[in-house]
Design a protein around this ligand. Structure first.
Ligand code: K1U
Ligand code: ZN
Length: 179
């Protein structure tokens, strides 16, 4: 397994549309293992292949929610290959989203709160399930990456510029500290 570098905005690769996976091979499974290692190390709760420079329709998600208050997070790794949203609710939920490609910046994004999704798993098995809560949010965020969309694209121009300004400031401070 390997830790992969995560691409950050404004890298144009993040705007690329990812291609479907034709066959779930051992090479794809090795990439998925590397994506999980990279996501857990970041740490994050999701990762799209394009964020590690691979324009394929592959996502990994693990919400790592504690089993009980104060307990150790229980790992529940989920793999989504060629995911599709079949139906979405008209009702929406607001969640303060982050993105490993826009480090340490968070902003409220509104998305449908329930989705009927279809996807393949790492064994090429097909699934169709209704998802809600944080899993629905995270899946929609990661599926946006497959279309070259970032969560900041859902914000007003003013809010987006504020996030990008804060990111630039943070990068400047980190460069200064490293010098
Ligand atoms: O970059 C990504 O796509 C991953 C992103 C996923 C996401 C977060 C919040 C809402 C929607 C999608 C992240 O994981 S950002 C980091 C984060 O949220 C987190 C990190 C550690 C513990 C818990 C959350
Ligand atoms: Zn993201």
């Amino acid at each position: 397994m390997a830790l992969l570098p995560i691409i950050e905005t404004p890298d144009p690769l993040l705007r690329q549309i990812s291609s479907p996976v034709d066959e779930v091979t051992d090479e794809i499974r090795a990439l998925i293992a590397d994506m999980f290692e990279t996501m857990y190390a970041a740490p994050g709760i999701g990762l799209a292949a394009i964020q590690v420079g691979v324009p394929k329709r592959i996502l990994v998600i693990d919400l790592q929610e504690p089993e009980e208050e104060g307990g150790e997070p229980v790992r529940e790794p989920l793999v989504f290959i060629n995911p599709e949203i079949v139906e979405e609710s008209e009702t929406v939920q607001l969640y303060s989203e982050g993105c490993l490609s826009i480090p340490d910046q968070y902003a409220d994004v509104e998305r449908p709160d329930q989705v009927l999704a279809r996807w393949l798993d790492e064994n090429g098995q097909s699934h169709e399930e209704e998802l809600d809560g944080l899993l629905a949010i995270c899946l929609q965020h990661e599926m946006d990456h497959l279309e070259g969309i970032l969560f900041i694209d859902h914000l007003s121009r003013l809010k987006r510029e504020m996030v990008l300004k804060k990111l630039a400031k943070q990068r400047k401070e980190r460069t200064k500290l490293a010098a």
